[in-house]
Ligand binder design. Structure first.
Ligand code: THU
Length: 136
């Protein structure tokens, strides 16, 4: 599956967003190693803090469906932003935990712009599992 196709699926997922507060819909599509796609949208909450971004919804959904951590090929995210949408800091931390560091991230908007980066490039100096218990 090419990046255009993955972005198109993320755009479909965007329509499912639950956004009564921001009215800002975001969609995500996560491609696993078997070629399956896990879709996600943002899901907001009256307490604001519990809001889940589209990227994390797709990642957590894939894990809950039995996909192994780091068994993913690519993720696309799309929103109605002036430039390609960029994942928030919390999602970057979750991406570095659950995806290969060199995995492509396709950031898109409704104007047809797509920018490509990697999980590791999104979070230089990330704290990861390798840092835990490092001194013992
Ligand atoms: N949001 C995402 O779902 N993904 C992003 O990459 C950026 C922000 C959501 C969170 C919230 O529901 C809304 O967009 C406004 O911040």
């Amino acid at each position: 599956m090419d990046r255009q196709a993955l972005v198109a699926l993320a755009k479909q997922a965007m329509e499912k967003a639950y956004v009564p507060y921001s009215h800002f819909k975001v969609g995500s599509a996560l491609l696993d190693q078997q070629g399956r796609v896990h879709l996600g949208c943002n899901v907001e909450n009256a307490a604001y803090g519990p809001t889940n971004c589209a990227e994390r919804t797709a990642l957590f959904r894939a894990i809950a469906d039995g996909e192994a951590p780091r068994s993913f090929q690519a993720i696309a995210v799309i929103g109605d932003t002036p430039g390609p949408i960029t994942p928030c800091g919390v999602c970057r931390q979750v991406l570095i935990e659950l995806c290969p560091p060199d995995m492509p991230v396709y950031m898109a908007n409704l104007r047809g712009e797509i920018q490509e980066t990697t999980v590791a490039q999104l979070l230089p100096g990330a704290f990861t599992m390798n840092d835990l218990n490092g001194g013992t």
